[in-house]
Design a protein around this ligand. Structure first.
Ligand code: PNS
Length: 166
């Protein structure tokens, strides 16, 4: 039984994240998509909203025999991974610019918990420039998001803006 954690902010989940999850499903029996609870950041979507969206979206993903679970965590990622009896952390790397930060985190996590292996995966080229940060920026400036995020995410983003007091 090979269990991996795919941690992140997922604010919001993009098609790039989903591509990594699909690829991860070819390597692992179970992937826990773990949303970081970060009280220091002011997110677009609450952790509860992100959990709900991810759970709904993952129902449509091509997962083979892989089990997918959505969770949230606080504190050290490696402690959470050990508690979940996972053996690996999956992280997507889009470009060389991601690599430096990801390498630092992977090596720090290895120092903290040598039993957990970090696995870097590359998304499809079509998603190599897609990030949650840019998705939010494009959306807030009125740009189109089709192909970048699932339709449900775009709908929820529109709803959120409509609900926001002026
Ligand atoms: O999607 P993100 O924001 O790039 O994800 C970053 C994340 C959640 C993987 C990272 O911030 C993290 O692991 N935070 C938990 C705290 C922790 O373990 N810090 C030490 C990492 S070296």
């Amino acid at each position: 039984m090979r269990r991996a954690i795919y941690p992140g902010s997922f604010d919001p989940v993009t098609n790039g994240h989903l591509d990594i999850i699909t690829r991860g499903c070819r390597l692992f029996d179970e992937i826990i998509i773990a949303i970081l609870i970060n009280p220091e950041k002011k997110p677009f979507f609450s952790v509860g909203e992100r959990r709900e969206m991810l759970t709904e979206i993952l129902q449509q993903i091509d997962r083979g025999a892989c089990a997918l679970r959505v969770d949230s965590f606080e504190g050290l990622l490696v402690q959470y991974a050990v508690a979940q009896q996972a053996e690996a952390i999956v992280r997507g790397i889009r470009a060389i610019s991601d690599y430096e930060y990801e390498l630092q985190m992977a090596l720090m996590n290895r120092r903290l918990e040598p039993s957990i292996e970090t696995v870097f995966m590359m998304p499809a080229e079509a998603y190599s420039y897609v990030s949650s940060r840019l998705v939010k920026e494009v959306f807030l400036l009125g740009g189109a998001l089709d192909g970048l995020v699932p339709l449900l995410v775009e709908e929820r983003m529109k709803k959120k803006i409509e609900e926001k007091p002026a």
